[in-house]
Design a protein around this ligand. Structure first.
Ligand code: FAD
Ligand code: 2HG
Ligand code: ZN
Length: 476
């Protein structure tokens, strides 16, 4: 259990009683889950590294039901963990002890879509991939995409401020989200669900909930600005010898591709070995130390092809690239993307995973991977580096046969100190959740954390919303 491994103590919340269950059953009949085997997958995180023991999962269908649930929990002093697709990677989406799980799984309706402005309004439990499919039929796409798209909920995406594979082109959710609705811990409903591009009337409260990881309330609906579906997409998958070549490719693709560049991702040779070994994927290139995936999206196939060819010619002439392949049809594009998107899945097959999600100046990204490798020697099974090159976001992952306190002590605080020393962030896009809460001080000042604590206390004075997560309770 999480509490034992991380030696955390339960706060004095009430325990769920038979009367509480009876109350919930009246409120949302047939949608109160108490069967232990049904609860199992909701009590454990995607990585299978943290586990709680919640005795009940509630599945409201609308904002009113959500409001009644939180109002009751607040009054009874019952702690709550909001859960979307449970794909979070920092242990935020599962209870630490017996917190009540409140799922958005049945809040999966599209409310409206404006096919002139591209504003989509939907409930928080819509699955990201379903939304993208829905929009695709109308010539639009979601402004974000990530490997967990088949399971993650848009509400969970907002709650973690997920970045993903399209951030380079469409920016973060802090820019694309137009509005949201959230139920506050006392059950009141905060309606900021407008669909305006511009609205400078006072503080922008929706931003508080984006990235709040379930600690301030439950997001129940969202409004998001969606871009037109590009009519032409190309992917180039390139191999190169060392990380300085990777950086040169990045600079060159920005110069040459300009406005049609839609993604620039990298992976090292160990990542490639993992997807080949555990997922049976095929490397289309001869073996290289690094691989860069460059995607273009635009509205004129001929124009984009010309630009891509000019870029490839330049890259090959400059000897930055040792080998490469280009895809224009959907299935080859998907198989090239799989080599990058499915690394997280391959790592999970490799053993126990120590996961770091860091942002820092792009030229420093791989130095940390090399130093970590040298530091760990043979005590680690795999040490891999990959990520969103275009966003300066490194995913450093270390695997071992099983969890080991010694290996963890070799990694932490080393990785965090290194990142902080280089003015980086110890969580670029996954959030802090349970696992990284107390490391916030590597990236935020004491004063900043104190203001967060005051905001948390103001909105959730009893502290029932996702306790033990994100906001530390101490000063350092
Ligand atoms: P959950 O995991 O259920 O919850 C995450 C957090 O949000 C928890 O703290 C939970 O309490 C809270 N929460 C959930 N729903 C709500 C709500 N409605 N209101 C308030 N709080 C809520 N992340 C990236 O940023 N970029 C990536 O490229 C990326 N790729 C991934 C690939 C894979 C294979 C996996 C497994 C994960 C990946 N992630 C990535 C992690 C990412 O955070 C999640 O995938 C996603 O954003 C979480 O959505 P979810 O619905 O699963 O939320
Ligand atoms: C990705 O970019 C995700 O693939 C997951 O953010 C990263 O598993 C990871 O470390
Ligand atoms: Zn990522």
């Amino acid at each position: 259990l999480t509490a034992e491994r991380y030696s955390v103590s339960r706060l004095p919340f009430s325990e769920v009683s038979a009367e509480d269950i009876g109350h919930f059953q009246k409120l949302i009949p047939g949608r109160v889950i108490t069967d232990e085997s049904d609860l199992r997958s909701h009590n454990i995180d995607w990585l299978k590294t943290v586990r709680g023991r919640s005795k009940v999962l509630l599945k409201p269908k609308n904002t009113e039901e959500m409001s009644q649930i939180l109002k009751y929990c607040n009054r009874r002093y019952l702690a709550v963990t909001p859960q979307g697709g449970n794909t979070g990677l920092v242990g935020g989406s599962v209870p630490v002890f017996d917190e009540i799980l409140v799922s958005t799984a049945l809040m999966d309706k599209v409310i409206s879509f404006d096919n002139v402005s591209g504003a989509l309004v939907c409930q928080a439990g819509c699955i990201l991939e379903s939304l993208n499919q829905y929009l695709g039929e109308q010539g639009y796409i979601m402004p974000l995409d990530l490997g967990a798209k088949g399971s993650c909920h848009i509400g969970g995406n907002l709650a973690t401020n997920a970045g993903g594979l399209r951030l380079l082109r469409y920016g973060s959710l802090r820019g694309t989200v137009l509005g949201l609705e959230a139920v506050l811990p006392d059950g009141s409903v905060l309606n900021c669900l407008n669909s305006l591009r511009k609205d400078n009337t006072g503080y922008d409260l929706k931003q508080l909930f984006i990235g709040s990881e379930g600690t301030l309330g439950i997001i129940t609906a969202i409004s998001i600005l969606c871009p037109r579906k590009p009519s032409t997409v190309n992917v180039a998958f390139l191999g190169c010898e060392n990380f300085s070549r990777v950086l040169q490719i990045f600079t060159m693709c920005r110069d040459e591709l300009g406005e049609i560049l839609s993604a620039c991702e990298f992976l090292d040779s160990e990542c490639m070995k993992l997807v080949e070994t555990h997922l049976n994927l095929t490397n289309p290139l001869p073996e290289n130390a690094f691989y860069v995936l460059v995607e273009t999206s635009g509205s004129c196939a001929k124009h984009d092809e010309e630009k891509l060819n000019a870029f490839l010619e330049k890259a090959l002439d400059s000897e930055c690239v040792t080998s490469g392949t280009v895809a224009t049809d959907h299935s080859k594009i998907a198989s090239l993307w799989a080599l990058r998107e499915r690394i997280t899945e391959a790592l999970a097959h490799d053993g126990y995973v120590y996961k770091y999600d860091l942002s820092m100046p792009v030229e420093k990204l791989y130095t940390l991977v090399e130093e970590t490798k040298a530091r760990l020697g043979s005590s680690a099974q795999s040490v891999v580096g990959y990520g969103h090159l275009g966003d300066g976001n490194l995913h450093l992952n270390i695997t071992a046969k099983a969890h080991s306190d010694t290996l963890l002590a070799a990694l932490e605080p080393f990785v965090y100190e290194w990142t902080s020393h280089h003015n980086g962030s110890i969580s670029a896009e996954h959030g802090l959740g349970f696992k990284k809460r107390d490391h916030i001080f590597y990236s935020k000042s004491r004063e900043a954390v104190q203001i967060m604590q005051k905001i948390k206390h103001m909105l959730d004075p009893k502290g029932i919303m996702n306790p033990y997560k994100t906001i530390p309770t101490t000063d350092r």
